[in-house]
Design a binder for this molecule. Structure first.
Ligand code: NI
Length: 130
């Protein structure tokens, strides 16, 4: 059980239209608590050591090396626990935009794509419900 663990400390370093960059600082024994990501993301460990990862289907230790990044996809519920006897830090970069195409488009184009998508989705759902 996780009731007695301290929470890891997130500090948002940067947020813009494209990314959210968060520093996660874990005291020994601290955990992120259970969460899931709305965006795909890349973690850049700032410490070498072991983190214990829990998902709804598995538990395992990840051996992480300072400066060696890894990528994960959104939507998997998980908890991360620092089982080292020292502080553990990583920087997390969440990627807000979906495809390269969107990087070259302006705000209004992006917005009109979203509106078109939502309109289609609503029409589809209304049809399905009738
Ligand atoms: Ni996470």
């Amino acid at each position: 059980m996780s009731e007695s663990r301290k929470p890891a400390k997130p500090t948002i370093q940067l947020e813009n239209d494209r990314v959210i960059v968060t520093e996660w600082r874990f005291a020994p024994g601290a955990e992120t608590t259970w969460h899931q990501h709305d965006y795909d993301y890349v973690d850049v460990p700032q410490t070498t050591g072991k983190l214990h990862i829990q998902t709804e289907t598995e538990k395992f230790d990840a051996e992480l090396v300072s400066g060696v990044s890894y990528a994960r996809t959104k939507g998997v519920k998980h908890n991360v626990v620092n089982q080292n006897d020292h502080e553990f830090v990583f920087v997390e970069i969440e990627l807000k935009l979906i495809s390269n195409k969107h990087f070259t488009q302006g705000r209004w184009t992006q917005l009109s794509i979203k509106v078109r998508f939502l309109t289609k989705l609503i029409k589809y759902l209304v049809k399905k419900l009738h």
